[in-house]
Design a protein around this ligand. Structure first.
Ligand SMILES: [Zn+2]
Length: 227
């Protein structure tokens, strides 16, 4: 966020302190080295001065990963910014989540290594893993309401997972491919995330955003899914 004449307030996500708001003074001056290094998304090491207020001041920044290739592709930068936004919305100030930090860094570095890998499948898999890291483990193996093995024909964020045909009234109808796609997304690395058809991807995204809303009170932005 812009602040004052030339300053910037940043949300940073750290391994030991969770999310923090910090202020970078002068970061918006045209030749500010600090400003260049803090351009999101970036993986940086920060030196902070803790003042009396809630907001620490950035006194130095060292780039750990500049992510230059990622910045050259619109879909890759969009995927990266979405990922940062998700983390920002799901995790409050001061809650340490080292595994989430590493998941995010891994995702950003993966997008930089191969910007063409910014697929919707990879973004959905990241979101699902993020929810798991936040303590939401959706029921993907049986009906979340009655425990029936199947057929699983709907999904309910409020009930926390897939629903059988007898319980489907409390969720939204899904394509038969969705359960396998979601299980595969959780069970594989981000690089090997399955790539669902667009209409299945939209159901996947709805499932994830419903889970986040019902169980964490977090409103995630929907992904742009073409086709
Ligand atoms: Zn059921």
């Amino acid at each position: 966020m812009k602040y004052g004449e030339a300053d910037r307030i940043l949300h940073v996500f750290t391994p030991e302190l969770g999310r923090r708001s910090v202020i970078a003074r002068g970061a918006r001056k045209p030749r500010s080295k600090l400003g260049g290094r803090l351009e999101p998304p970036s993986h940086v090491e920060l030196e902070l001065h803790e003042g009396r207020g809630d907001i620490a001041t950035v006194t130095g920044a060292t780039t750990l990963a500049a992510l230059p290739r990622l910045r050259e592709r619109l879909d890759a930068i969009d995927a990266a910014m979405h990922a940062c936004d998700d983390v920002d919305r799901l995790f409050g100030d001061g809650e340490a989540h080292p595994p989430i930090f590493h998941l995010l860094v891994n995702h950003l570095r993966g997008l930089d290594q191969d910007p063409a890998a910014a697929t919707i499948g990879r973004q959905l898999a990241f979101r699902l893993k993020l929810l798991l890291g936040a303590g939401i483990a959706p029921e993907l193996g049986a009906c979340a309401r009655c425990g029936a093995a199947g057929p699983l024909t709907a999904f309910s964020g409020a009930d926390g997972g897939l629903l059988c045909s007898g319980c489907e009234h409390s969720g939204f109808r899904i394509d038969p491919a969705l359960p396998d796609v979601m299980r595969a997304a959780l069970g594989s690395s981000l690089a090997e995330a399955p790539l669902p058809a667009p209409f299945v991807a939209r159901q996947f995204d709805r499932a994830v955003t419903d889970l986040a809303l019902h169980h964490l009170g977090a409103k995630l932005r929907g992904l742009q899914i073409d086709g």
